[in-house]
Write a protein that binds this ligand. Structure first.
Ligand SMILES: [Zn+2]
Length: 263
């Protein structure tokens, strides 16, 4: 029962996250009516129901028939999953664990906005990542932490910062280093390092699949990326989405792949 309600709440927050992620840093305010990005038609309430509207409209605008990006339903479903899965892991039972739950869902919600923004702009807004870092410090402070848990954030920051420096910003943005700092602080040593190893695995696999699908023209057709055609091995593929998805997986499954990765 609680799980169902949290999923619905998460999906609603997810539809809000979609709007925030797309409008962040643009002239458009958050208060403006939602509209079709193709024909500008204002959407009615029944076209704005998370998940269901997308299915009901079969992924198309009712007026002009333009395809609605899969981003909307995927982010709504995923945010719903985040709200329920984090609840199952933390299992809030008192004030402290409830605060802990709220912190985690808030941080992951910010991560998802970062994911959307980085996907389209290949840059991470400072306001978002600094807020995430600050909240991560609070959650680390509330947890039982070893010295290494506290150091996990700075270590990941140094790691990504070094890649950024050595590749002169080509392989990794400096924003990824800040995001690494937040993930390390949030998840601690074992889960934090595991998340980053997983991010590289998924990143490598995801890039290959994406480049393959792009040859077929699928991402552009599905509306995932505007002008995605012509993406090659050399194109900059944003890394933050991989870090964020991996951080969630690592936390939910209490991942420990350091030993596997190092030895
Ligand atoms: Zn339209």
């Amino acid at each position: 029962m609680v799980t169902t309600l949290l999923f619905i709440l998460g999906a609603i927050v997810g539809s809000f996250i979609n709007v925030v992620g797309l409008r962040w840093g643009t002239e458009e305010t958050l208060g403006g009516r939602s509209h079709c990005t193709s024909c500008g038609k204002n959407l009615s309430w029944y076209e704005l129901v998370p998940v269901l509207s997308f299915l009901f409209l079969r992924g198309k605008c009712r007026k002009c028939g333009a395809k609605i990006s899969w981003q909307y339903i995927l982010i709504e479903l995923w945010t719903g999953l985040v709200f329920t899965s984090v609840f199952n892991v933390i299992a809030p039972s008192d004030l402290l664990s409830t605060i802990y739950y709220l912190l985690f869902t808030l941080i992951f919600s910010i991560y998802i906005v970062i994911l959307i923004y980085d996907w389209y702009h290949k840059i991470i807004p400072d306001e978002l990542v600094y807020t995430a870092i600050l909240l991560s410090v609070v959650s680390r402070w509330l947890s039982v932490s070893s010295t290494l848990d506290w150091l996990a954030g700075p270590i990941l920051f140094a790691f990504f910062g070094l890649i950024w420096l050595l590749s002169k910003g080509r392989a990794m943005g400096f924003g990824d280093a800040k995001l690494g700092l937040s993930v390390g602080l949030l998840l601690g040593a074992t889960q934090g390092f595991s998340a980053i190893v997983l991010a590289f695995w998924i990143g490598a696999l995801g890039s290959l699949i994406f480049i393959f699908l792009n040859k077929v023209g699928l991402p552009a057709q599905a509306g995932f990326i505007k002008g995605a055609k012509g993406l090659t091995m050399k194109s900059e593929i944003p890394f933050a989405p991989f870090i964020i998805i991996s951080a969630w997986i690592s936390f939910v499954f209490n991942l420990n792949i350091i030993n596997v990765a190092l030895f």
